[in-house]
Design a protein. Structure first.
Length: 196
């Protein structure tokens, strides 16, 4: 087989991701240097470690969702990117909410991307609240969850004329009844709350 035919065969084998997962910085161990120019997720997935040198990659930060999902990883493998792409497809797209749900399942609950399914992510039953300021978002989350999980108590509290009946959103969220994770997704702050 000629060199040109081998390259043509490799090009046909190239994997293409469904979603734009941003760019990645890299380090080539064969050359003992940084890889010049950020690589797209497609380029990372199709990196030939035998031909181009053993390398590792990590998110450059231009895709906030990908950066969040892999924030606790030193390097991201091609398999992880393929699994993230698959999972986003199963979940219906690369929305901020989907990235936040995947982050919660992977980084808070300790699930691996390979084992996750859209149904498994939904089973985590995490409530997502978004905004510009953690204080405001936490307050919104506390009031909504109080009304959702304890509707009778919420109605009694809301209708009370007693000035001394105070609801403390922080004490409510920090109680053992909930698991709370606060993260930034670009300029947006997110509070993820799951009942325990």
């Amino acid at each position: 087989m000629s060199m040109e035919t081998e390259n043509d065969a490799k090009d046909k084998e190239r994997l293409e991701l469904q979603f734009d997962l941003g760019t990645f910085e890299g380090f080539n161990f064969r050359q003992q240097s940084a890889i010049w120019g950020n690589k797209t997720a497609d380029e990372v997935v199709n990196w030939d470690h035998d031909r181009d040198g053993e390398a590792e990659f990590w998110p450059s930060g231009d895709n906030h969702g990908v950066h969040l999902v892999f924030r606790s990883s030193n390097a991201v493998s091609a398999t992880e990117l393929i699994e993230l792409d698959r999972l986003l497809g199963e979940m219906g797209g690369d929305s901020d909410e989907n990235f936040l749900r995947i982050h919660y399942a992977k980084n808070v609950c300790g699930c691996s991307l390979e084992d996750l399914t859209a149904e498994g992510v939904e089973d985590e039953n995490v409530h997502i609240f978004l905004g510009d300021c953690f204080t405001d978002v936490r307050k919104e989350a506390a009031y909504e969850l109080f009304e959702l999980y304890w509707p009778e108590e919420y109605k009694a509290w809301e209708g009370s004329l007693c000035d001394g009946l105070i609801f403390d959103p922080d004490r409510f969220l920090d109680s053992p009844a909930f698991s709370v994770d606060e993260v930034k997704l670009g300029d947006t702050v997110a509070v993820l709350v799951a009942p325990q």
